[in-house]
Design a protein. Structure first.
Length: 264
């Protein structure tokens, strides 16, 4: 029922974008008239409620009419096609990946995340670093100047194109397109650090596990990994885990204990 109402409201607002503002203006006029004419408290109260309701619908209508492309023809597992559809221009790409599009906000947000990751993995200037799902380079912009080299991997060509422009001033940056849920374009034991921020919640559980296996493959001995996942099933692959916190400490420790047993 709620979904039906929402769809009808969305269709109505999209076909008449002027309607929420006009309705709010009318109810505001009624409220002003009610107060000015000394109308009863009940009428004034109804006018106030009407103004608040119209203001809410007006604000909500901006959410309903936002310029996201339709994705109904795509499956969730078609990651490349989905994210290419969500990133036609830099502003929309940044909004889809990080929820913000202003360059100053991207830099501020990226620096905050980079500070947390650098602290957790004890980032060194001699480290070669790889990010899985780099998007428009929000975090890479702040990580790359702190390490020897930074590799940004993403499954979306559009995202990489926008990241390439944002990071053009950094000489130690390399961008790699991912064809599947793996790091096949990266050599064994090629980096010291692998991290990801917002990519894992978008993946199916076995693909998350595949990325962990791939991270183990491309990391050098004593390499470090930092992950962030807001929600996840209790099991990923064959490795049970607690909740992934902002740095993935507990799960990462258990994962590499498991991987170490498999490689010994």
């Amino acid at each position: 029922m709620i979904r039906t109402f929402r769809l009808r409201l969305r269709d109505s607002v999209r076909s008449r974008p002027w309607l929420p503002a006009a309705t709010f203006a009318c109810t505001l006029a009624v409220f002003v008239a009610a107060v000015g004419s000394g109308a009863s408290k009940v009428l004034t109260l109804f006018a106030v409620v009407g103004c608040l309701g119209c203001a809410f619908i007006w604000g909500y209508s901006t959410h309903l009419t936002r310029a996201w492309p339709p994705l109904r023809q795509l499956r969730r597992s078609q990651y490349s096609a989905v994210w290419d559809s969500l990133s036609p221009i830099p502003e929309i790409a940044a909004k889809a990946a990080a929820g913000i599009s202003c360059e100053l906000s991207l830099q501020s947000s990226g620096k905050q995340v980079a500070d947390r990751i650098a602290g957790f993995i004890s980032l060194k200037p001699s480290d070669d670093v790889l990010e899985v799902g780099c998007g428009v380079g929000r975090v890479g912009w702040a990580i790359a100047p702190r390490c020897r080299s930074w590799i940004g991997c993403d499954i979306s060509e559009n995202m990489l194109s926008h990241a390439r422009k944002r990071l053009a001033a950094l000489s130690n940056v390399r961008l790699t397109h991912l064809d599947h849920a793996d790091l096949s374009g990266i050599s064994d034991m090629a980096v010291d650090v692998v991290y990801c921020t917002n990519v894992l919640p978008h993946l199916d559980q076995m693909e998350r596990w595949q990325y962990v296996l791939e991270a183990h493959r491309v990391l050098r001995p004593s390499g470090r990994i930092s992950t962030r996942l807001r929600w996840t099933p209790r099991k990923v692959g064959t490795c049970s885990q607690t909740t992934w916190n902002s740095a993935g400490t507990a799960w990462t420790h258990r994962t590499f204990q498991y991987l170490q047993r498999q490689t010994n």
